[in-house]
Design a protein around this ligand. Structure first.
Ligand code: HEM
Length: 201
């Protein structure tokens, strides 16, 4: 049975802009929960964690889009920019919560970035994502031409750094960050595998 055609035709009919709004909403809900005691005894940590986790999930989802098309013929390419920008939105808010609510002291920020390797690694991931977010518009795609594709390959090291940051920050043995890292390595490896079926553009 062909399960791909109905998925592709349904995906073509989904409007994109409501998805931007939908993706933008959860942090406001988290903030409300934080202010009303719904995030437990350490609301700032909980906020940081939720935003970091969603950032990583959007990054993984973005990485899955090309292999899904190449290997299964499921075409979700028109959602890729939205997913990428949502990932950046969550990483930026995750960083903002750390800066404004967690560390707060200006002198401490730089010290923490240098002193704590997991912060250094997370920050490197954020820095790599910055030019991608800035050039995620039609004008930049036109202006940069083939260089745009080259530039956007930075997403691979950025996602790896994001996952490594998670592996490094957990205490003791925890399976969750390793599962993210495993999924990311698998999705990256799939890029080297020749496509098995016709590409649906
Ligand atoms: C690509 C960028 C990044 C990704 C994908 C990411 C992802 C994550 C994830 C998944 C967590 C753990 C959430 C959980 O425990 O459920 C986390 C925690 C954290 N991240 Fe990030 N992060 C990124 C960048 C940053 C940056 C730039 C900073 C600060 C400079 C930062 C600071 C933190 C802190 C302080 C924690 C909590 C550590 C703790 O438990 O005490 N992250 N991040």
């Amino acid at each position: 049975m062909d399960f791909v055609t109905p998925i592709n035709s349904a995906a073509r009919r989904v409007p994109i802009w409501p998805l931007y709004i939908l993706c933008a909403l959860p942090p406001f809900w988290f903030l409300y929960q934080g202010l009303t005691g719904g995030l437990g005894v350490e609301p700032i940590k909980a906020l940081e964690h939720r935003l970091g986790e969603l950032a990583l999930q959007f990054l993984v989802a973005g990485l899955a889009i090309t292999p899904l098309r190449r290997h299964l013929g499921v075409n979700l390419i028109r959602f890729r920019r939205m997913v990428g920008l949502a990932a950046f939105y969550y990483v930026a808010l995750h960083l903002l919560v750390w800066l404004v609510l967690d560390v707060q002291i200006l002198g401490q920020i730089w010290a923490d970035i240098l002193k704590r390797p997991y912060i250094t690694v997370g920050m490197a991931g954020f820095v790599l994502l910055l030019p991608l977010a800035v050039t995620s518009n039609a004008w930049s795609i036109r202006k940069l031409g083939p260089k745009w594709r080259q530039l956007h390959k930075l997403v691979y090291p950025a996602v790896l750094l994001g996952a490594l940051h998670f592996v490094m920050l957990v205490k003791g043995f925890q399976i969750e960050p390793l599962l993210y890292m495993g999924a990311i390595l698998m999705l990256l490896a799939l890029r080297f595998k020749p496509a098995r079926r016709r590409q649906f553009v």
